[in-house]
Design a protein. Structure first.
Length: 240
């Protein structure tokens, strides 16, 4: 019997030029449902630009970027479909984590009770009433994740979520993302740190200079006895 795999995130011949700069070059890939998929490659490979096209923040020069088969702009209540952590805009330093979430919940039309729910999901209850200006990098990252989860989205796009995290924070993030996938959510997480990302993801989409290098289950893309970083260097001829 044929097994049909859903792909909630898709790019088809996706291309973006900024003047003379070709940032994304004819990129095609799928992100399988209920996986943590790493969108991997060096800085400047086009990862953030691609994510911004998926979220309707950048218009493609050619091709398409879709969430559940539709452009982001065509989604009904998009925050209920896809949550994102991209730019990590600063929180008001004097406002508590809980108050930030209350503001975003009110803006999105979500019940006040959802604030405590997402604080619990990201294990942030213990610092929820502290001013944002006193929070560590890891705590602020959890607050960003809590904000993205307010609408109960089944899809998450996270740009370099492990940046600035200590080993304990990375271990927590690994478990958190795995739990999301086990719950049936689809997570696309970008990273330029291949060795670190290898411990976070189960599928990969690897890009270099805006073009696809490899895609598929991590165990298929990376040969036995090798590493993701070694595989990437082999596929790109050592170009980072």
């Amino acid at each position: 019997m044929e097994v049909i795999v859903n792909h909630p995130i898709q790019a088809r011949s996706l291309t973006k030029r900024f003047g003379d700069v070709l940032a994304v070059d004819d990129l095609t890939f799928d992100v399988p449902e209920a996986t943590v998929t790493g969108f991997l490659g060096p800085n400047g490979a086009g990862k953030t630009t691609t994510m911004r096209m998926l979220l309707g923040l950048v218009t493609p020069t050619a091709g398409s970027a879709t969430i559940t088969g539709r452009r982001y702009a065509d989604l009904d209540r998009p925050a209920d479909v896809v949550g994102a952590v991209l730019d990590r805009a600063g929180f008001h330093p004097a406002r508590s984590a809980r108050d930030h979430l209350r503001v975003y919940a009110a803006m999105g039309g979500y019940p006040a009770s959802r604030v405590d729910e997402v604080l619990g999901l990201v294990a942030a209850t213990g610092f929820a009433d502290r001013p944002a200006g006193t929070l560590s990098t890891g705590m602020r990252q959890r607050l960003h994740l809590a904000t993205a989860l307010l609408g109960r989205p089944r899809i998450l796009l996270l740009d370099e979520p492990a940046n600035g995290l200590d080993p304990a924070g990375i271990a927590w993030l690994r478990g958190f993302l795995s739990d999301l996938a086990r719950d049936g959510r689809t997570v696309l997480v970008s990273s330029h740190a291949l060795a670190e990302a290898e411990r976070l993801v189960d599928h990969v989409v690897v890009v270099s200079a805006g073009r696809l290098v490899a895609a598929g289950p991590l165990a298929t893309v990376v040969p036995a006895g090798s590493s993701l970083e070694q595989t990437f260097l082999t596929l790109t001829g050592g170009v980072r």
